[in-house]
Design a protein. Structure first.
Length: 94
């Protein structure tokens, strides 16, 4: 038992698991790239802009992980929201 009665378990993953979905993932290869999206509206829109831009030239985008967020401030107001995002996509194979 962990803190406050929360039970914690360790789960081992191996190639011998009988979940067909997991087996397919273990045979796939993914590439991770870093992109920066920006928006005058919000960080969420900045992240969406990064994903949208990547989707113009990449197929099979899988995961977007926000790494950092910042903003440009002019005259005491946020004028540009920026988000650095790691994006993963599946590498095509024969």
């Amino acid at each position: 038992m962990g803190e406050k009665g929360v039970r914690r378990e360790q789960v081992a993953f191996s190639s011998t698991n009988h979940n067909p979905r997991r087996a397919n993932m273990s045979e796939s290869v993914y590439k991770i790239i870093e992109m920066v999206g920006s928006s005058p509206v919000s960080w969420e829109e900045a992240a969406q802009n990064a994903v949208k831009a990547a989707g113009l030239s990449l197929r099979d985008l899988r995961i977007a992980e926000v790494k950092t967020m910042d903003m440009v401030i002019k005259e005491g107001k946020a004028t540009v929201f920026r988000v650095k995002v790691n994006l993963s996509f599946k590498v095509l194979s024969d």
